[in-house]
Design a protein around this ligand. Structure first.
Ligand code: AMP
Length: 372
């Protein structure tokens, strides 16, 4: 079976690594000549809106999927006319505009932070009145990993925050004083069967995921988180992996932040930490194969390597560390790899994660200081 993937980044690389042992073949569409997934595999190097390239990409594929969300509706329609796209365009299009996504979350019954749309100067006052401060202003389009966002600490700061984002259509969101961030990860098969991995606990800095622990410690409201993720997947008739990012407040109540209709960074721990990884189950789902078990192997921690990587030697000083490097050039804020630790003893896995996080941060900080 030949699978086409829109996007050739690290998510595509890990999809191929999961699928090749099952005999699946891959072709990637990506504009970059150094796309990590495409280095050893078939690659159509072209822009995502190049319809001739989509024809070449789609030729003889059995199914197409994506690891990248910013693909325009025309290109998606062109692709969907040639090959089954799973998940379908409905899942992807929900991610093209934060306002559309937010309205969708609300329609599906999820609780979200207070928010308001900002499109014209006269919207600012009404948004402030509805949302208050502290808040975060986010552009509606093309924001990821904390990009396209500005903090609004007091009412007078809103106008300059909007200026700093180029006065683009945006949403103002109440800044949630959360206790921690969680993510729910599920896979939905072609026949509608749903399987969940345990809830994971995430640490972000500067809007970028730094560390994930799974299963999340304590007693989070797993039932609500999973019901919400499942409601989204069912409403979209989604096929494949879906992740829902959540804020857990002091009283344990959950608020939904955003969802990803694809394999997700907070699910990388499943490669070593679960009976079936998110990558393998995504492929099983879109290929119409039976889904794999999602039970965890003990406790897992995943630490992202961002901006600059510590040496492999130093990372491997942590017992049980499994290193994944994506083969990307170092650049501040760029995800270059990740390290996973799995073990039976929760405390030692968490300690190992804390050490690796410190190691990764020190190298990244030293590199960005040297660059400035
Ligand atoms: P996002 O791109 O919306 O996922 O935001 C990236 C990160 O910024 C989140 O994982 C949070 O750490 C933080 N963040 C985003 N929105 C909010 C919010 N409304 N309140 C508090 N923190 C937020």
């Amino acid at each position: 079976m030949r699978i086409g993937v829109l996007g050739g980044g690290q998510l595509g690389l890990m999809l191929a690594e999961a699928g090749e042992p099952m005999g699946l073949e891959f072709r990637f569409l990506d504009p970059s000549d150094s796309a990590p997934a495409a280095r050893l595999r078939a690659h159509v190097q072209a822009a995502f809106d190049d319809l001739d390239a989509i024809d070449r990409f789609a030729c003889d594929l059995d199914v197409a999927t994506f690891e990248f969300e910013n693909v325009g509706p025309e290109a998606l329609a062109h692709l969907e006319a040639r090959v089954p796209l799973r998940p379908g365009a409905a899942s992807l299009e929900m991610k093209h505009d934060r306002l559309v996504e937010k309205e969708f979350l609300v329609r599906c019954g999820l609780a979200v932070p207070r928010w308001a749309g900002v499109e014209r100067p006269q919207d600012l006052a009404a948004a402030l009145e509805k949302v208050g401060t502290p808040a975060i202003l986010k552009t509606r389009r093309f924001g990821y990993d904390g990009k396209g966002q500005a903090r609004v600490d007091h009412p007078e700061a809103l106008a300059s925050a909007w200026d700093s984002l180029g006065r683009l259509p945006a949403i103002l969101e109440a800044r949630v004083p959360f206790e921690r961030e969680l993510s729910a990860l599920l896979v939905r098969g072609l026949d509608g069967e749903v399987r969940h991995w345990p809830l994971a606990e995430n640490l972000h800095r500067g809007g970028i995921l730094r560390r994930t622990l799974a299963p999340a410690s304590g007693a989070p409201d797993e039932a609500t988180a999973m019901a919400w993720a499942q409601a989204l997947a069912e409403r979209l008739d989604h096929v494949g992996v879906l992740a829902l990012e959540l804020f857990e407040c002091g009283d344990g109540a959950l608020l939904a932040n955003e969802f990803a209709p694809r394999v997700h960074n907070s699910g990388h721990w499943t490669i070593e930490g679960a009976r079936t990884s998110q990558f393998e189950n995504h492929l099983r789902a879109i290929a119409g194969l039976p889904l794999g078990e999602t039970a965890p192997h003990g406790h897992a921690a995943m630490v992202n390597l961002i901006g600059r990587c510590p040496t492999v030697e130093s990372l491997l000083e942590t017992p049980a560390a499994r290193v994944h490097l994506y083969g990307k050039q170092p650049r501040p804020g760029r995800k270059l790899g990740h390290v996973t630790v799995v073990g039976d003893d929760c405390a030692s896995v968490h300690q190992a994660a804390a050490r690796l996080l410190e190691q990764a941060s020190e190298v990244a900080v030293a590199a960005s200081e040297a660059a400035s």
